[in-house]
Design a binder for this molecule. Structure first.
Ligand SMILES: NC(=O)c1ccc[n+]([C@@H]2O[C@H](COP(=O)([O-])OP(=O)(O)OC[C@H]3O[C@@H](n4cnc5c(N)ncnc54)[C@H](OP(=O)(O)O)[C@@H]3O)[C@@H](O)[C@H]2O)c1
Length: 308
């Protein structure tokens, strides 16, 4: 059945791929963007600005499903006090803006999928983490995602029939994301790793991410938290070795010491130095069939795309 789907933050890495996928599946997709004119040629696009809680309410007319992917980039720059505020505020305000508008319009969509992140669990070493696991993180990322999720549940639940919180892993795509960045060698052909590399990387290929969102839309029993990761997390040092082995542009491997990364990036070094072993237990229980379960395939795809 064709749904009218509103994607907030649709212009980003996840949103743009998801839009193409959902349109192919026959859905009617529209976006909320702070710069709608830029995207008007791609998709029906409405204006909003979560910073001042303003929104063109026409965006919500007749909408069956809301997918909210909005948020200041986490790895976009050093975590200054201002940036940390913006990382949380942009997410909270996006929810507040849409919820207020739905209340004014007295409109209750049947589903809202809100982005979340596996950073919520904190770095728990080799411990296997599923949707029921406790959050042990006391770091900025874990605390921020906890606040983001708590706010989502409190504010969104009353205004929709079904709420899904998608705890997304590190997104792998030939168009962007962390793996492509790791694979871009410098002029000496060096693949660069960070620190001892003992932490796990729980990743998800964009093809699975988009089809999981579609799977959850169609599966009307699904609700609550879902880990959106592949079933095969990989240690960062093993990932580096695989990249070196499979990427013909990689001539040498260089590992930068953790201390140096901390000096350069400050607290944001957590993004490169910590990780967690997350499994998509609920998706497995719901019998979702993963398309890409080994990261080798994703690495080779990026090599083939010759965009690195
Ligand atoms: N990519 C990953 O590896 C990953 C991993 C875990 C979780 N996630 C989460 O999944 C969601 C989507 O990820 P993504 O990689 O597609 O993000 P992205 O490429 O950074 O795009 C997010 C979108 O949010 C909007 N946005 C950015 N800064 C904003 C601000 N300060 N205020 C309001 N809107 C702002 C932008 O849309 P406009 O400019 O059009 O307004 C942007 O296109 C995010 O919430 C992210 O935290 C991503």
């Amino acid at each position: 059945m064709a749904n009218r789907i509103l994607i907030a933050g649709g212009s980003g890495l996840v949103g743009s791929e998801l839009t193409a996928f959902l349109i192919k599946k026959g859905h009617l997709v529209r976006w909320l963007s702070r710069t709608p004119k830029v995207y008007q040629h791609i998709v029906e696009c409405f204006s909003w600005n979560p910073e001042d809680l303003s929104i063109d309410e026409n965006a919500l007319q007749g909408v069956d499903i809301i997918i909210n992917l909005t948020g200041e980039s986490i790895a976009g720059g050093r975590w200054t006090k201002k940036r940390k505020n913006s990382i949380l505020e942009s997410r909270v305000n996006s929810i507040k803006t849409i919820v207020n508008a739905l209340k004014r319009l007295n409109h209750k969509p049947k589903l809202w999928i809100n982005a979340s992140a596996i950073g919520i669990y904190g770095d728990q070493g080799e411990k296997i983490l599923d949707e029921e696991s406790q959050f042990m993180g006391t770091d900025f990322l874990s605390k921020t995602v906890q606040e983001w999720e708590n706010y989502s549940v409190e504010q969104i639940s009353p205004v929709v029939e079904r709420l899904i919180l998608s705890r997304i892993g590190l997104v792998v795509s030939e168009k962007g994301g962390f793996l492509r960045k790791l694979m871009s060698t410098n002029k000496f052909g060096a693949t660069i790793g960070f620190g001892p590399g003992k932490s796990y990387c729980s990743w998800i290929h964009i093809k699975d991410l988009t089809s999981i969102f579609h799977f959850l839309i169609n599966n009307e029993q699904s609700e609550g938290v879902f880990n959106i990761t592949s079933p095969n997390p990989i240690k960062m040092c093993d990932l580096l070795s695989k990249i070196h082995e499979l990427n013909p542009c990689s001539k040498i491997k260089i590992t930068l010491p953790a201390g140096l990364i901390k000096i350069i990036l400050g607290e944001m070094s957590d993004v490169l130095l910590s990780g967690n072993y997350v499994i998509p237990l609920k998706l497995i229980q719901y019998k979702y069939n993963f398309n890409i379960i080994q990261i080798d395939e994703a690495i080779l795809e990026i090599v083939d795309s010759q965009k690195i």
